[in-house]
Design a binder for this molecule. Structure first.
Ligand code: HMG
Ligand code: MG
Length: 303
């Protein structure tokens, strides 16, 4: 057991990845209410919103309002997605602590998601990364489709390594390895992570696993066994990507917290308060939670 990390950091992506795919507009006040409850549960790193085209992702059009309305706590990192300089400049005015550039290991997904090739995306990211570092912000990169692509099928680890190297060269400080459509299984995930680890240190690589095929917890354990210490998770398992049809949400934060605490790994998160945050957003969306752990604990509470 000693090779598992003693502490794991969870980046809560529910307000961004979780809600971006909702077709009915979620009011900014509800997003802010969710963020507040997540902070109360002890989340120290939140992906708040994205500065992308409102024509492409209407749900994130209230990015500035959400950033202005959230109550900031000392030490908490507030991240936003910025695909280009236009998005970065708008984001900068809202004072995030971290920006995220998001590329893809697959060409087809890059075209569908951000309307350019993988090489063009790296050219676009470079000035964003440079400007963010100059402004004293942290810079994270995420690579989509690290094991499979909804348009191209299986994706080889070499393609992950190539994008990882491009991101490293431009100054990206931390790299997320994303299984966008949740098709990965533990050994494939380990190979994708290995490709990222050829260019980033263990402390600077995280897992971003969607749970479409129910593999995300197994994949999380496989990553933990490699010593990975950071994961993106979404309260209630909310989410999906508008450009990856049929893909469901990220692995639920509640499920990962339960897994980690059960293994004696600390997170700084209060599971009971997290269940409350998940119950709040489920009620707002008028939908049951996607977290198995939340369902079990809510049933226990009701009983
Ligand atoms: P484009 O059309 O190629 O951009 O879009 P453009 O530079 O040609 O500009 C066209 C129009 O977009 C112009 O407006 C620009 O002002 C506007 P118009 O003159 O037509 O009125 N525009 C913008 N508006 C607001 N913010 C911006 C911006 N940039 C241009 N930043 C772009 C390129 C990337 C903007 C577009 O393709 C886009 O917004 N895509 C959405 C991408 C997205 O949000 N996807 C979901 C998040 S990624 C994800 O979920 C995966 C992840 O979770 C990891 C995983 O699971 O894989 C991270
Ligand atoms: Mg995602």
């Amino acid at each position: 057991m000693s090779h598992y990390p003693a502490f794991v950091k969870l980046v809560e992506v529910g307000p961004r990845d979780g809600l971006q795919n909702e077709t009915t507009r979620v009011p900014a006040s509800v997003k802010i209410g969710l963020i507040e409850r997540l902070q109360q549960a002890g989340l120290q790193h939140l992906e708040v919103t994205s500065f992308v085209s409102p024509k492409w992702v209407p749900q994130m059009a209230d990015n500035t309002e959400v950033m202005a309305g959230l109550v900031r706590r000392p030490g908490v990192v507030y991240s936003v997605l910025t695909p280009n300089l236009q998005g970065f400049e708008a984001a900068l005015r809202t004072q995030p602590n971290e920006i995220v550039v998001f590329g893809s290991a697959s060409e087809a997904f890059s075209q569908k998601n951000i309307n350019c090739s993988v090489a063009e995306s790296l050219d676009r990211f470079a000035p964003v990364v440079q400007a963010a570092l100059a402004a004293g912000l942290r810079v994270r990169g995420v690579i989509s489709c690290c094991v499979g692509c909804p348009y191209e099928g299986e994706v080889a680890p070499e393609r992950v390594a190539k994008v990882a190297q491009g991101m490293k060269n431009m100054g990206v400080q931390h790299l997320g390895v994303a299984d966008t459509i949740g098709v990965g299984t533990p050994l494939k995930i380990q190979r994708a992570l290995g490709a990222a680890l050829a260019h980033f240190s263990l402390a600077d690589v995280s897992g971003h696993f969607h749970d479409t095929y129910g593999q995300a917890l197994a994949n999380t354990l496989a990553a933990l066994a490699m010593g990975v210490q950071q994961f993106d998770t979404s309260v209630g398992g909310l989410g999906g990507c508008p450009y990856a049809k049929g893909a469901t949400g990220n692995v639920a934060t509640e499920d990962v917290v339960y897994l980690l605490h059960g293994m004696g790994i600390e997170t700084g998160i209060d599971l009971d308060a997290l269940i409350d945050a998940g119950a709040y957003i489920a009620e707002q969306l008028n939908r049951p939670t996607g977290s198995r752990v939340a369902r079990a604990l809510l049933a226990k509470r009701a009983g």
